[in-house]
Design a protein around this ligand. Structure first.
Ligand code: APR
Length: 240
């Protein structure tokens, strides 16, 4: 269990050119997110839904991690047991640093992966930036059932949330970067055990009470990250 939890959201990848959820731009203008990210759409509007995810996956190919991803990767490598990197993002920008898939907990899935729809199988495949149908005609190699993006759709259970809740049992410092708190209510984790908390977003959010955080940085993550990294090192080495 880690002393420090760093929870990131779409804002950390914004400077790498990936649109946030509650902003507009790119694919978000082309598709109605409330439709194509909804579990119902996977069943009723499958072609459109898979096409949207194919495009998001392809779009990721040339996206690069920014300074914030790189600094957090260095910290995680320096203090692997003390720091838990947890993200709501489905992009692979942390994994494009020196980190691996196992170093980061992706709460909402991972865009380059597809999974078998047969609940008794559920095998996961990493298909890179390719279209789902270009991988074995969109079928599982184990049981031939149809594959789907390995993404948590709106209206679906998020199995990794259990790990998130467990991680807070030992957490003493909580760092929030680039999330509006609209889906995961970050304030709710500020319990008595948390001695220090940092919030970094571009601007205040209706879903976050920023007065509850020890430090608030309203600026781009790539500008805030050096100060955040120093605070994390101070906390780990001096307990402040
Ligand atoms: N640096 C820091 N923060 C930023 C930056 C930046 N360069 N750009 C934007 N932000 C902040 C915004 O101020 C906002 O608070 O990032 C946040 C983005 O909020 P959302 O778009 O709501 O993204 P997120 O909180 O990650 O969404 C959570 O919602 O739709 C679901 O499953 C989806 O994982 C997603 C979840």
């Amino acid at each position: 269990m880690s002393k420090i939890i760093i929870l990131s959201g779409a804002g950390i990848s914004a400077e790498s050119g990936i649109s946030t959820f509650r902003d507009n731009g790119g694919l978000w203008d082309e598709y109605d997110v409330n439709v194509v990210c909804n579990y119902d759409s996977l069943k009723k509007n499958e072609k459109l839904t898979l096409e949207f995810y194919d495009k998001r996956r392809a779009d990721l190919k040339h996206k690069k991690p920014n300074h914030a991803h790189n600094i957090l990767a260095k910290l995680k490598q320096k203090y692997p047991d003390d720091i838990a990197l947890i993200t709501q993002n489905v992009d692979d920008l942390f994994e494009k640093t020196t980190l691996t898939r196992d170093d980061v907990l992706h709460l909402h899935g991972f865009l380059t992966e597809v999974s078998c729809r047969n609940p008794r199988c559920s095998t996961i495949y990493d298909i890179g930036y390719n279209k789902i149908y270009n991988f074995n005609d969109g079928r599982c190699l184990e049981c031939n059932s149809r594959l789907r993006p390995n993404i948590v759709f709106f209206g679906e259970r998020a199995p990794e949330y259990e790990k998130l809740y467990k991680a807070f049992a030992e957490c003493e410092m909580f760092v929030v970067i680039g999330t509006s708190g609209a889906v995961i209510q970050t304030d709710s984790f500020l319990n008595a055990k948390i001695k220090r908390s940092i919030l970094n977003n571009l601007e205040p959010s209706d879903s976050i009470n920023d007065k509850r955080y020890s430090k608030v940085l309203f600026k781009p993550a790539s500008e805030a990250i050096d100060e955040i990294a120093m605070d994390i090192e101070d906390f780990l080495t001096q307990g402040i």
